[in-house]
Design a protein around this ligand. Sequence first.
Ligand SMILES: Cc1cc2nc3c(=O)[nH]c(=O)nc-3n(C[C@H](O)[C@H](O)[C@H](O)COP(=O)(O)O)c2cc1C
Ligand code: SF4
Length: 448
Amino acid sequence: MTSFALPATFSDAPQFLARLQEIHPEFACVTKLQSSDGPMAQAFSWKERTFANRWAIHPMEGWDGTVDGLPTEDTLRRWGNFGRSGAALIWGGEAFAVTPEGRANPHQLHQGSHAEVLQGLQELMAALRAGQGEAGLQPKQSYVGLQLTHSGRWARPSATQLSPRTMMRHDFLDDKVGIQDDSALLTDAELADLPQAYADAACLAEQAGFDFVDIKCCHGYLLHESLAAHDRPGPYGGPFENRTRLFREIVHAVRQACPALDLGVRLSATDTLDGGFAEASEFLSLLESLEISWVNLTQGSPYYCSHLQRPAAFPPSDGIPPTEDPLHAVWHHLQVTRALKKKHPKLIFLGTGYTYLQDYLAHVAEYEVGEGFVDFVGIGRMVLSYPEMPQDHLAGRPFVRKKICRTFSDCTTGPRNGMRSGCYPLDPEYRSREEAKKVRELRPKRKG
Ligand SMILES: Cc1cc2nc3c(=O)[nH]c(=O)nc-3n(C[C@H](O)[C@H](O)[C@H](O)COP(=O)(O)O)c2cc1C
Ligand code: SF4
């Protein structure tokens, strides 16, 4: 078992800074938080809007919608908590599947053939706005998007089996989802139908009051895989022009259908810790040429490199134990984001991978935004365990240590084993549930 010091064990920020600099001399944090006078409290102006702060919430689904794709009490509570965070940017809320067969699980929110979808989206917005109200945030000080997805290879619309739909054959990934022949490949005709489904979902989001939609290109799902379809013959594979065709067709269809709606893109910039990300820059240039300004940078996939996608001290039931200090993965997120922001200064960047920093998350956030390395700092798991963290930070209140996410990964282990997601160890609402015990038993045993 690799040993490393958990962030909570550092006695103060200077000691933590020393550890960061052992990892890389440019990996740094502030040693004293500036809170309301600091970079995270700086307003951000874009078009006619002024955002109240630089905190953002990443999309996070809970595997807790109805089978018709509508929100439940748990879904609404989570969206309320996203609002209560006081973060000015709500990036996507959670992945919303544009077709029922594009769901990653039977309980994913999705656009079905039923009339209530719009009402479901309106309920999500109402829950979010109520939370923002509690945090003292006006709608016009914030920016709220819905993440649109098709799960592609990771589609699982029924509880019993994966129903992968892929862009290409791939030895390793085909093995992971039990593909043995070409039958899971999406045809060109099937792909050509998808932009309309995205456009329909985008219009529903606009009607429900969302400011933008995120055309999700990350984490191994369909549009991320399409960018990697080097060996696919025909119009959707091979050269960059073809691999970005589906994405461009979707952007075009959404713009035609709802021209006033803004667009953003969540992109996995690389899949490996030592991987290059040259093509990510080419893709960002494409976004600039399409006049898409908002980018949420992430890395990897929860299915084949969760240690990179969600740096954690304790792996989920299908993950691998850390082979090095997870701070290395955090640094990789920061480094890639810094490099791409430097190359594309006109794009507005939201960074990922901060939750593992735990007690020192805000120290690193202030440093990164203060240096202009990123525009917004996004939090994922931390908002499940400690929704008020951004507010506490901006108000200069000390953090509530027992609410800080310790990256136990139970929120991933739950859904991997057919249960809802939630912060079972730290959120009192989930701690008392029957599933909490089951999830604890499923935690991988620590060896050594
Ligand atoms: C329970 C759970 C659900 C998630 N759902 C989504 C999702 O719907 N869309 C998405 O782009 N990322 C999703 N993610 C990834 C997060 O947005 C985020 O990238 C990841 O947790 C790393 O950020 P963090 O270190 O702040 O947690 C999910 C993560 C978790 C833990
Ligand atoms: S279950 Fe809670 S503590 Fe564990 S990783 Fe998820 S949010 Fe963090």
